[in-house]
Design a protein around this ligand. Structure first.
Ligand code: NAI
Ligand code: MG
Length: 479
């Protein structure tokens, strides 16, 4: 785990005891501390915003050619690639994801940075055929100083999704990483400096959401907030951003339906459902946590899924063979176990898991609940853990109503060999991303975001550029 300390009391900590006092002795905490990280407050945010504004309005970034911005991003991509293994190791420690998943994330980070590097000099305005003797054209200019608040589940990937389009469009950044995962972002800050990004273009302030995050949201000289995290946090941010009418974009969670029809390829569908829920221990905004299975194959399907779940290798995330690492924090583990209890209490049938593994580390067993009803807590709430709710269904029409009966709308999937059914579902389901016979395929080139309360705006692809530019109309009188 990491701990946050305000940076001041260095002198104090050398003169006074800072350990725990138990049984008349000073003792180290039971939990192992891997790093102590400075926590910023409103004053630090203000300093960072001033630096970002200076860089936006004067200095080399303000007048830099778009192609040169692209070149810096390409250099950063190369540096991340060069240090990918180091960063993957650090990321695994940072958030508990397996080393294999961390390597996958790093590939995504490099792809994202390069993709937006390529966009930098291709963000064009239009000439517009206005009435009268005028020439009108549009300029696409940076929004300004952008505040970016990210979560702990994909720390570096979320950073790349936010830095990429922001920098390609010429904005400057103040980012607040999640308090659980402050480490890798700082290393990327160093690499960005090495790549040659001018002073003040990229600023990182670690700290708590309610202090540092909040200060960023209410700061009058921050033009936009881009946020990924919990829907309830987004509501608070939107309310607080209203005072300065900041632009806001949100990527929030989901309760994504994964629908298995009897006409699927059974092996592919079992693997798909498994990956959908257990990727990164289910700590994933797109997790396929509502598993609709057609009644005809329901029994066989859940038996195979449960059997496969029991075999998932749980352990140290740095071990090359580990498939499921610890949950990010004690708080997260407790939230997941709480939902498992609710599942049991409300009458769902526990097929496997539902408990913590061991007594050190925050490990939760892969969990399958069968015969879940739509009104149970485990079917409605985002759990953000390796817990899947199986919901049997009879017909397409019944299923689609149930699948859409949620205030979320981030992702959805279907496993079927019937093309008509697949396209019909892709059109009918209310979600920003739909997968057919696959799951969690997210590429930097395609728009990503939510319908309904799963978000506002889109990240990735060309779509993200819209949210990092202001469109300006220029009209010239022609004589
Ligand atoms: P959170 O939404 O509280 O944290 C996300 C980020 O927002 C962090 O950087 C945090 O410091 C910041 N933040 C928190 N309160 C803030 C405030 N008042 N003003 C400004 N920034 C603030 O999420 P948390 O507590 O880490 O996780 C709780 C649940 O949220 C998870 O169990 C999961 O259901 C969901 N979640 C969804 C994510 C997604 O990818 N959509 C990512 C992480 C969590
Ligand atoms: Mg929170």
């Amino acid at each position: 785990m990491t701990t946050m300390t305000a940076s001041k009391p260095k002198a104090i900590s050398s003169a006074y005891e800072t350990r725990l006092f138990i049984d008349n002795e000073f003792v180290a905490p039971v939990e192992e501390v891997i790093a102590t990280v400075a926590a910023g407050t409103a004053a630090d945010i203000d300093k960072a915003v001033k630096a970002a504004r200076r860089a936006l309005e004067s200095g080399p970034w303000a007048t830099m050619d778009a192609a040169e911005r692209g070149r810096l991003l390409f250099k950063l991509g190369d540096l991340v690639e060069k240090h990918a293994e180091e960063l993957a190791q650090l990321e695994a420690l940072n958030c508990g994801k397996t080393i294999r998943d961390s390597r996958g994330d790093l590939a995504g980070v490099v792809n994202t940075i390069r993709y937006y590097a390529g966009w930098a000099d291709k963000i064009e305005g239009k000439t517009v055929p206005v009435r009268g003797p005028f020439l009108s054209y549009t300029l696409r200019q940076p929004v300004g100083v952008v505040g970016q608040i990210i979560p702990w589940n994909f720390p570096l990937l979320m950073l790349a999704w936010k830095w990429g389009p922001a920098l390609a469009c010429g904005n400057t950044i103040v980012m607040k990483p999640a308090e659980q995962t402050p480490l890798t972002a700082l290393r990327l800050g160093e690499l960005a400096r090495e790549a040659g990004f001018p002073k003040g273009v990229i600023n990182l302030v670690n700290g708590m959401g309610e202090t540092a995050g909040h200060a960023l949201v209410i700061h009058p000289h921050v033009d936009k907030i881009a946020f990924t995290g919990h829907v309830d946090t987004a509501k608070i941010i939107q309310r607080n951003a209203a005072e300065t009418l900041k632009r806001t974009t949100f990527e929030l969670g989901g309760k994504s339906p994964n629908v298995i029809f009897a006409d699927c390829d059974m092996d592919q569908a079992v693997d798909g459902a498994f990956h959908a829920i257990y990727f990164h221990g289910g700590q994933c905004c797109t997790a396929g946590s509502r598993l609709f299975v057609e009644e005809k194959i329901h029994q066989e399907f859940v038996e195979r899924l449960a059997a496969k779940s029991r075999q998932r290798k749980i352990g140290n995330q740095l071990d090359e063979t580990t498939e499921l690492g610890p949950m990010v924090s004690q708080e997260q583990m407790e939230k997941i176990l709480h939902y498992c209890n609710l599942g049991n209490q409300q009458g769902a049938k526990l097929l496997t898991g539902g408990v913590r593994r061991g007594s050190t580390g925050f490990f939760v067993e892969p969990t399958v609940f069968d015969n879940v009803r739509d009104d149970m807590a485990i079917a409605k709430d985002e759990i953000f853990g390796p817990v899947v709710s199986v919901l049997p269904f009879k017909s397409y029409d019944e299923m689609i109503v149930r699948a859409n009966n949620t205030f979320y709308g981030l992702a959805a999937a279907i496993f079927t060999k019937n093309l008509d059914k697949a396209h019909r579902y892709a059109k009918d389901v209310k979600a920003g991303t739909v997968w057919v016979n696959c799951y969690h395929i997210v590429d930097t080139t395609t728009p990503f975001g939510g319908f309904k309360m799963s978000g506002q705006g889109r990240e990735n692809g060309e779509a993200a550029l819209e949210h990092y530019t202001e469109t300006k109309t220029v009209t010239i009188k022609l004589s």
